[in-house]
Design a protein around this ligand. Structure first.
Ligand code: HEC
Length: 119
């Protein structure tokens, strides 16, 4: 009886605890791997994204589980990154790096666009 109760509690409480449980990551190491593992080649330096190659990742709103799932089983065209290439620990570091990035400036504050009537 006790075992059944424990299992029930664990089953009911499990998902609540699992919510967005991003492991602590090493931001510096994440930045290093974002570059050395080639993420930047499609997602841009600083994860700013490029319409033709990969979406913006800077300050990603994806929960960690969804982020890791995209690496292992990409939604569409992105090549998969197996754990032998990007271990879970490194994935967590890259996630921490992306989360740590500053917000993008408004279009009107971009020097290149200043004076071009961008609001
Ligand atoms: C060859 C180009 C390419 C490379 C290299 C690449 N990606 Fe992607 N990535 C994409 C494309 C294209 C998508 C859009 C979805 C898809 O095709 O699966 C994407 C989607 C994503 C998403 C989902 C974004 C969202 O908001 O839905 C994440 C997270 C992501 N990539 C992380 C990474 C990381 C981390 C790396 C490096 C380890 C990486 N990608 C390397 C092309 C790439």
């Amino acid at each position: 009886m006790r075992a059944i109760l424990f299992t029930l509690v664990a089953l009911l409480a499990g998902p609540a605890f699992a919510q967005d449980a991003a492991p602590a990551g090493d931001i510096k190491n994440g930045e290093k791997h974002f570059l050395s593992d080639g993420c930047y080649q499609c997602h841009g330096i600083g994860g700013n994204g490029a319409a033709a190659t990969g979406p913006k990742l800077s300050r990603t709103a994806l929960p960690y589980d969804a982020f890791l799932n995209q690496l292992r089983k990409p939604a569409s065209e992105m090549a998969p990154y197996e754990a032998a290439i990007v271990p879970d620990k490194v994935a967590a570091d890259i996630y921490a790096y992306l989360k740590s990035l500053p917000a993008s400036p408004a279009a009107k504050d971009l020097p290149l666009l200043m004076g071009m009537g961008v609001k």
